[in-house]
Design a protein around this ligand. Structure first.
Ligand code: NAI
Ligand code: 13P
Length: 796
């Protein structure tokens, strides 16, 4: 958010400077429509506007093709009067009805006339050579793009990545071409407008924070969404070209108009109430509104052609339109009738509703900036109702709220005061949608509070004084720490075999072998004495590798009280028996011994780092699963519950085998396609076996299934995946296993899975191939080749 605030501040500064630059440039553009009849027309507009009837162009024959010089002379001569007139014009929309130039000048980008610009104009523009004027003209294109860009940045519209590029490139170019010092201009602007204060205030408003959130979300999550769109086409479409299926016209329309290239284009209508009219509807309504004769003519000319297929922007891209908050309409410059229609209702709204008038006005102005000519002949097109109007804008009263005077001033200075979306504070969804989203979120939060209250988290922790942890490897240590953090006076005792590790934990508060470098809470203690460790413990967390669990549990069976639940985090199948951990516990501690299983995507290191993690607590005893939730759940650890013990265990065991396969794909550099196909196939195989063993299929798509599969197959911290990578590189399994002091359960489990699959009559090609590779019967490359030649099957 800090960064976004800074960006915002910078953008505001830029925008202010751009306003100056563009306004200043507008003058020059007005003056330099070489050899174009509109130059004279433009002059007429200026005359009307300023009331300076005597203004005339003293052009010689030599000037016939380039009226810039005489125009410059005229304008400079009448500069003061023009400035006054333009200011007046700025407040008087009625002028904008009749003349093309007036319409052009009415653009919000030209709204403000600043002193520095005038100074510059006075001082430097006199006798400006044509080339320089042309450079200025070029700069306008840049500047209008920049302005558009920056308007997006300053307003509620999240920045597409290209915006940043545009800003730096064109922003600098504009200043360079205008010969202005960007830094000085910015400073000037900042001091004269108390920009810092205003920004501070503006930014502290709730609305802006929402915008920033949206901005961040969009930047971080949807970057590719923006990148995919040729939104900021550098090239202007060739004359007569609609710009194709992109938004080139949207952003470069200003330069089109200034160039006076009346591009036929289509309309994109967006209903601010959140409806996205279909292409056909836009066409129908726009034709209806235009009247039959015009409609036919428009169609003849190929007008109303959409700039981009609206169908492409269905559902997922809906937000896109609203992000482009200005594009209430993007209409045909040549289709002046529809422009007029937009204009009329806005004006009426302006007069009838003072509160929303500025919004409406600006919305129109912005619309106008997307179009061009409005001729006086069309000025009397009947005003129409919202129904017949292409757009139907209702500015909710709340959009007018929350505006401090400073922020309102700033918004006004930036020419953003009239924009309904800037007023509603940077949300890129239309109000109806935004309300819906907030409503749903509130409901979720309410739900969470209600459930939260009934949860037994605190009471379980209150009643718990001691937990014993079996196994002091990576995960045993991480879970011990996680528990110890829950309550300062909770005694978490780790039962280890190695006295040196015990000593390091008890004295240096570090595990000298696993997760080195982490400081353990002082309520984590360790011992090698089973009796001492277990005594008084209310729960036992079991983190001993599966292959050693039977031996270990048998060893403590006599001293572990029957009522102390064993919570196993070990993931795997026992070699020789194919037993799950639940079977091993039942076999060693008795059928009735209470037990639960924690599983899910949870790398020990990330648990230590308190990174957000989600696991599932499975137990046939629902109550015990809930108790586990109470014991382990924390702000960094979500614990769901499940009664599908078999499903959770099978997923946890088999994902390790699949992770070895993923490592092989990674190590052989087979690419993303192969990886995705492998994981999908692996998921299916896990589901086939799990279902046969009585698991619920939905468990496979839960945390312990898909969640853990994704983690271990893609996560670089996975030991099983590392085994696969090394196998692919040609390392021998014995070397791989021998070189690590940490367990990769998938190695043992792979062989067991094959036996289990045979017993259950399921075919598991990928998981079997892993066993084959581990057994040295196939090289990773051969295994891949063989898998690829298997018959193509029907998905099930
Ligand atoms: N490391 C991780 O991120 C996660 C591991 N798990 C699972 O937790 C279990 C334990 O994994 P880690 O702690 O990572 O393994 P590790 O290899 O880091 O540590 C294993 C621990 O078990 C002890 N141990 C080995 N044989 C023993 C025996 N016969 N008697 C007593 N203790 C013995 C070792 O001394 C060591 O302390 C595995 O089943 C693993 O799949 C589950 C979730 C995450
Ligand atoms: O189970 C794990 C994370 O959920 C750990 O996976 P590895 O054993 O492959 O490191």
């Amino acid at each position: 958010t800090d960064l976004a605030l800074r960006q915002l501040a910078a953008a505001m500064g830029h925008l202010k400077a751009m306003h100056e630059a563009i306004w200043h440039s507008a003058f020059l553009v007005m003056l330099q429509e070489p050899s174009h009849h509109d130059s004279r027309k433009g002059l007429t507009g200026v005359q009307k506007l300023s009331g300076i009837r005597k203004m005339s162009i003293q052009s010689s024959k030599a000037d016939e093709d380039d009226l810039s010089r005489p125009l410059v002379a005229v304008v400079l001569e009448h500069l003061d009067a023009l400035v006054l007139a333009l200011r007046k014009f700025d407040d008087n929309m009625a002028f904008a009805k009749s003349e093309r130039y007036v319409t052009t000048l009415k653009r919000p980008v030209y709204m403000r006339l600043y002193l520095p610009v005038l100074k510059w104009l006075n001082k430097d523009a006199k006798g400006l050579p044509v080339e320089q004027l042309q450079a200025v003209r070029r700069s306008i294109r840049h500047a209008s793009r920049c302005l558009w860009t920056l308007s997006l940045a300053v307003g509620d519209v999240p920045q597409p990545p290209m915006v940043r590029r545009m800003r730096s490139r064109h922003g600098a170019a504009v200043f360079e071409e205008l010969g202005l010092s960007q830094a000085a201009a910015m400073q000037d602007i900042a001091s004269s407008f108390k920009l810092d204060e205003a920004i501070e205030e503006y930014c502290s408003s709730d609305n802006v924070l929402r915008m920033l959130e949206a901005l961040e979300v969009l930047l971080s999550k949807n970057a590719q969404h923006w990148q995919g769109l040729p939104l900021w086409s550098e090239e202007q479409p060739a004359n007569g070209d609609t710009g194709g299926p992109n938004f080139a016209l949207l952003q470069s329309d200003a330069s089109h108009d200034l160039d006076d290239k009346q591009q036929p284009s289509g309309s994109i209508a967006v209903d601010l109430n959140g409806r996205y009219p279909s292409q056909a509807e836009v066409r129908r309504r726009s034709n209806e509104a235009a009247g039959p004769a015009r409609s036919a003519a428009a169609d003849d000319k190929g007008l109303h052609r959409p700039l981009m297929p609206l169908s492409n922007y269905d559902k997922g891209d809906e937000g896109f339109f609203m992000k482009m908050r200005f594009n209430t309409f993007l209409f045909s410059p040549a289709d002046s009738s529809s422009q007029q229609q937009r204009f009329e209702p806005q004006e009426r709204l302006c007069s009838s509703d003072a509160a929303s008038s500025s919004s409406q006005q600006s919305a129109v102005a912005v619309s106008l900036s997307n179009g061009a000519a409005t001729s006086s002949a069309e000025a009397d097109v009947p005003a129409h109702s919202a129904e017949s109007s292409l757009h139907h804008i209702e500015v909710p009263a709340r959009l007018q709220r929350n505006k401090s005077s400073a922020s309102a001033d700033l918004a006004r200075d930036l020419g953003l005061d009239g924009d309904p979306y800037s007023q509603h504070g940077g949300v890129f969804y239309p109000p109806a949608e935004s309300n819906r989203i907030r409503g749903s979120w509130k409901q979720l939060m309410r739900w969470s509070r209600i459930l939260g209250r009934s949860e037994n988290g605190d009471s379980v922790l209150d009643k718990t004084d001691k937990v014993v942890v079996f196994g002091g490897g990576s995960f045993g240590t991480a879970m011990a720490v996680s528990l110890a953090r829950q309550k300062k006076d909770l005694n978490v005792t780790m039962l280890l075999r190695d006295p040196y590790i015990c000593k390091s934990i008890n004295t240096a508060h570090q595990n000298s072998r696993y997760l080195q470098g982490y400081k353990l809470p002082s309520n984590v203690v360790a011992t090698t004495a089973a009796q001492e460790a277990i005594e008084g413990a209310q729960y036992a967390l079991h983190a001993v590798p599966v292959q050693h669990s039977r031996e270990f549990l048998s060893g403590i069976a006599d001293i572990l009280p029957k009522h102390v639940p064993v919570i196993s985090v070990s993931k795997g199948l026992e070699r020789g028996t194919g037993a799950l951990m639940s079977d091993v516990i039942a076999a060693t501690l008795g059928n009735k011994h209470p037990c639960a299983f924690l599983s899910g995507p949870s790398f020990a290191k990330e648990v230590m780092d308190q990174r957000p993690t989600g696991i599932v607590a499975a137990s046939k005893d629902k109550k015990l699963a809930r108790v586990m939730q109470g014991l382990f759940a924390s702000p960094a650890l979500r614990v769901n519950t499940s009664t599908d013990v078999v499903g959770v265990e099978i997923c946890g065991a088999l994902k390790n085998v699949l992770a070895i396969a993923a490592g092989i794909v990674e190590g052989l550099d087979l690419g993303h396609n192969a990886m995705a196909a492998l994981i999908a196939q692996g998921c299916s195989e896990i589901r086939w076996l799990a279902e046969k063993m009585g698991a619920k299929p939905e468990t496979v798509s839960g945390l312990s299934g898909l969640g853990d599969i994704m983690l271990t197959c893609y996560g670089s911290l996975s030991r099983n995946r590392s085994v696969g990578i090394r196998l692919a590189k040609g390392d021998q399994l014995c070397d791989i296993v021998g070189s690590s002091h940490q367990v990769a359960e998938g190695v043992s489990t792979a062989g067991v899975v094959v036996a289990l699959a045979l017993r259950m009559h399921v075919s598991l090609p990928v998981l079997t191939a892993v066993a084959q590779v581990l057994d040295g019967a196939l090289t990773p490359t051969q295994a891949v080749a063989d898998i690829m030649t298997l018959p193509q099957i029907e998905e099930k």
